[in-house]
Design a protein. Structure first.
Length: 76
């Protein structure tokens, strides 16, 4: 268990859990590790979207939000 971590209980359908287990095992990860990674990726994508769209009102850009998102992902 990670230092400073807490347990989390979530409900998912059996098919989703089975798929997560299969992929996690194939990658040599535990389900907990796979869930942590999924949470981190969710937060990163959510923050990226809100940061990009938030900048839209501050600067004038000739690029679309999609183009800005693509540039952001390439430079990460």
């Amino acid at each position: 268990m990670h230092m400073g971590s807490v347990g989390v209980y979530i409900r998912v359908n059996k098919d989703l859990l089975d798929r997560l287990t299969k992929v996690a095992r194939a990658l040599g990860m535990s389900r907990s590790e796979a869930n942590r990674k999924a949470m981190e990726m969710f937060m990163a994508s959510t923050m990226k979207e809100s940061m990009t769209s938030g900048m839209r009102g501050l600067v004038k850009s000739r690029l679309t939000l999609k183009e800005l998102d693509e540039i952001y992902m390439v430079t990460r």
